[in-house]
Design a protein around this ligand. Structure first.
Ligand code: G6P
Length: 367
C-alpha cells in the first residue's frame, strides 16, 4: 500500500507519534489482561532449560539487545551476552548447548544479523527473533518468532520499531523469569500492569513536542553533543547519540554516566550540550554528580527526568524535559520519545533530509 504522511511533515515524525498506538498493539498480543499474565506464541522448547542467552542485532536494534541484557539478568538471573552482529560470528563465540540465541531486527533482512542467526542454527542452538516484518528472511529462519506490530516503518532512522522491540523484550524477559521460577505470579502481574501503562505515559511524553522543538535550535548550533545515562538508560544514551548523528549530522556520543570522567569530560566546554537521561531512582544521585562535574566545566545540560529528579537537580541546566514518573521497566519506552523528538527537531532546524539521511539505508543487506 502507498504510505501516507497524513498531517505530518516527515515519515519519521508520523512514526514517532504513532508509538503509543503501535506499542499498545504490540503489548496486546503479549499481555493477557484477564489474568495479567504474559502470553507468548507456542514454543517447541522449554525456557527453563536455558542457562545462557545471547542477543545479537545491529544499529538501533542492538540497543534493545543491551537493554534486554539488563532486564533478563535482573528478572530471570540468567547470564546474557550481547553482540553487534558484525562482530559475533568472526570472534568465534563459544556457543553452549543450553544457550538461547535472540535476534532483533526491524527489517528481518540485515545481512550481518541474518548470517549470525544461520551460524547459531548451524551450531544447533535454539533461536528466537523479535522482528517487525513477518515475511522476512529472519522471520522464516527462527525457531520462535516474536513479532513486533509497529507496521511498516518508512523513515530510515528507526523509531517505532525500537519501542515495539522494547515492549516485546520486556514481555520475553518476564516470561523467561517465570519459566526459571525466579519471578512470582504476583511480580508478573505487577510487571504486566506497569507495561500496560506505557502507551499512556508515551502519550504524555509526546506532549513535550513543542518545548523540544523550541530548544532544538540551540542544540542545532553545536558541533558535538554528549548523551549520558546509567543502567538501561545507558543504551538509551547510545540511541540518542545515534539518532542525532544519523539525521542531523552533528557528532554525538553516548556514554555511561560513570565513564564520562574517563574520557569525554576532556571535550567539555561551554559549547558542548550534554543530554542527561536520568529518571529518579536509587542511582539518580550518582548520575547527578557526574552531570555536575560537567556543569562545573561549562557544559550546557539538558536534563530529561521526572518531577522528583528535576526538583532535585534541575538547577543550572539550560533546559529540563519532564517525563511522567514511571516504573523503571518502562522508562526506556517513555524516555525514547524525547530522545527521538530532539534528534528530529534538530535535523529539521538544520534542514537535512530527515527521512532519507545521506549515506544511510533502511535495510543493510550487504556485510
Ligand atoms: C540500518 C537502519 C537502522 C537500523 C539498522 C538495523 O542501519 O538505518 O535504523 O537500526 O539498519 O536494522 P534492522 O532492520 O536489522 O533492525
Amino acid at each position: 500500500a502507498m504510505m501516507e504522511k497524513g498531517n505530518h511533515r516527515h515519515f519519521m515524525q508520523k512514526e514517532i507519534f504513532e508509538q503509543p498506538i503501535v506499542v499498545a498493539q504490540t503489548l496486546k498480543s503479549y499481555l493477557r489482561r484477564i489474568d495479567d499474565c504474559v502470553s507468548m506464541p507456542d514454543m517447541e522448547f522449554d525456557l527453563a532449560g536455558f542457562d545462557r542467552v545471547s542477543i545479537v542485532a545491529c544499529g538501533t536494534s542492538s540497543y534493545v539487545a543491551m537493554i534486554g541484557k539488563y532486564w533478563i539478568e535482573k528478572f530471570a538471573r540468567v547470564p546474557v551476552e550481547t553482540d553487534v552482529a558484525s562482530e559475533f560470528r568472526y570472534r568465534d563465540p563459544v556457543l553452549g548447548k543450553n544457550q538461547l540465541a535472540i535476534f532483533i531486527s526491524q527489517s528481518g533482512e540485515t545481512a550481518d544479523t541474518l548470517a549470525a542467526l544461520k551460524h547459531c542454527k548451524a551450531a544447533g542452538l535454539k533461536t528466537a527473533g523479535i522482528i517487525n516484518v513477518p515475511t522476512s528472511s529472519m522471520a522464516r529462519e527462527v525457531d520462535l518468532l516474536l513479532p513486533t506490530h509497529a507496521g511498516p516503518e518508512i523513515g530510515v532512522a528507526s523509531t517505532k520499531a525500537f519501542t515495539c522491540q522494547l515492549a516485546v523484550m520486556a514481555a520475553f524477559a518476564t516470561r523467561i523469569a517465570r519459566a526459571k521460577g525466579v519471578l512470582s505470579a504476583a511480580e508478573e502481574k505487577d510487571i504486566v500492569h506497569h507495561l500496560s501503562e506505557a502507551p499512556e505515559a508515551m502519550n504524555f511524553a509526546l506532549g513535550h513536542d513543542e518545548d523540544i522543538e523550541a530548544m532544538a535550535h540551540k542544540i542545532a548550533e553545536a558541533r558535538d553533543v554528549l548523551y549520558l545515562g546509567r543502567g538501561p538508560d545507558y543504551p538509551m544514551a547510545l540511541e540518542g547519540a545515534l539518532k542525532l548523528k544519523e539525521i542531523s549530522y552533528i557528532h554525538a556520543e553516548g556514554y555511561a554516566s560513570g565513564e564520562m570522567k574517563h574520557g569525554p569530560i576532556a571535550l567539555i566546554d561551554d559549547h558542548v550540550p550534554l543530554i542527561v537521561i536520568a529518571p529518579s531512582g536509587p542511582l539518580f544521585d550518582k548520575t547527578v554528580s557526574n552531570m555536575q562535574e560537567a556543569q562545573a566545566r561549562g557544559a550546557q545540560v539538558v536534563l530529561i527526568s521526572d518531577a522528583d529528579g528535576i526538583a532535585k537537580a534541575g538547577e543550572g541546566t539550560i533546559a529540563t524535559i519532564e517525563m511522567p514518573k514511571v516504573h523503571p521497566l518502562i522508562a526506556p519506552l517513555v524516555y525514547a520519545i524525547p530522545v527521538q523528538l530532539l534528534a528530529y527537531h534538530v535535523a529539521v532546524a538544520k534542514g537535512t533530509d530527515v527521512d532519507q539521511p545521506r549515506n544511510l539505508a533502511k535495510s543493510v543487506t550487504v556485510e
